[in-house]
Design a protein around this ligand. Structure first.
Ligand code: SF4
Length: 256
């Protein structure tokens, strides 16, 4: 996802409602934000949403294309107070707000920002890598939908993320979300060198865990953090050829 700071999408004025005085959770102003998209139809299924790109991530995935969002100490590009004001004037025009990143759950201020969003009447979506399962568990009462990246089987995580404990954390987060029955899409970016057998093994492990809504996408090596990554020589249809897609209620390929 490429963050767009102050893009110029036109938002319809029909159905506009009187701006509501925002509920202020003081800690929300501490949220460090690297970008903001005013309107998306694709990042929160079935909803018209804005996207808040949170600054900072503890991992360094080889295929990450959000390099400018990774450093938690980078100067914020957008202030939460500006987003608060924007949302106040979008009541009745937007359905929800998605917190993306970077890794949103890395920030303690996320809870307060979500509370403000809900108080304004918007739904809350969350894109996460699952790096902080305990924080994710605590946020569940505030979240309407989650897009969770499962990058690999647990033992294969460090080779992608560079973080030793990342696989356990991500799969624990998956368990948290499945147990809570939160509306969920699990996504995997396919490493270019993965074989069809590896891809099918991961997909079937997710089906065994209870994942019903699964999305795979090709790695865009042209924008990857690791410049040595090269595209897969195989067609996507070949790569996913061994996946038993009927084991999922919904199986989607993006970016083929
Ligand atoms: S989890 Fe990986 S892909 Fe996602 S923002 Fe962090 S480094 Fe990038």
């Amino acid at each position: 996802m490429t963050p767009l700071v102050s893009p110029s999408q036109t938002i319809p004025t029909a159905n506009r409602q009187t701006p509501r005085a925002p509920v202020r959770a003081p800690d929300a102003d501490k949220l460090r934000i690297g970008g903001f998209t005013r309107l998306t139809t694709i990042d929160f299924p079935g909803e018209l949403a804005a996207v808040v790109f949170c600054q900072g991530c503890p991992w360094r995935c080889r295929y990450c294309h959000n390099a400018d969002l990774l450093d938690a100490r980078a100067a914020p590009r957008v202030q939460w107070s500006d987003i608060r004001g924007f949302l106040q004037h979008r009541i009745g025009l937007l359905d929800g707000v998605v917190f993306s990143g970077g890794e949103p759950t890395a920030q303690g201020a996320l809870d307060a920002a979500m509370q403000e969003v809900r108080a304004l009447g918007f739904k809350v979506g969350l894109h996460t890598s699952g790096a902080y399962p305990d924080r994710l568990r605590a946020l569940l009462p505030l979240v309407d939908w989650v897009g969770l990246d499962i990058k690999a089987l647990p033992d294969d995580y460090p080779a992608i993320t560079g973080a030793p404990d990342s696989g356990r954390r991500a799969w624990e987060s998956l368990d948290v979300l499945l147990t809570a029955r939160v509306p969920l899409e699990v996504r995997t970016t396919l490493m270019p060198d993965w074989t069809p057998e590896q891809i099918a093994t991961l997909a079937h492990a997710l089906a065994d865990a209870g994942v019903k809504n699964y999305c795979v996408q090709a790695c865009d090596s042209s924008r990857a953090l690791d410049e040595t990554l090269t595209p897969s020589a195989m067609l996507m249809s070949e790569r996913i050829g061994l996946v038993e897609k009927e084991r999922f209620g919904r199986f989607v390929v993006r970016g083929d």
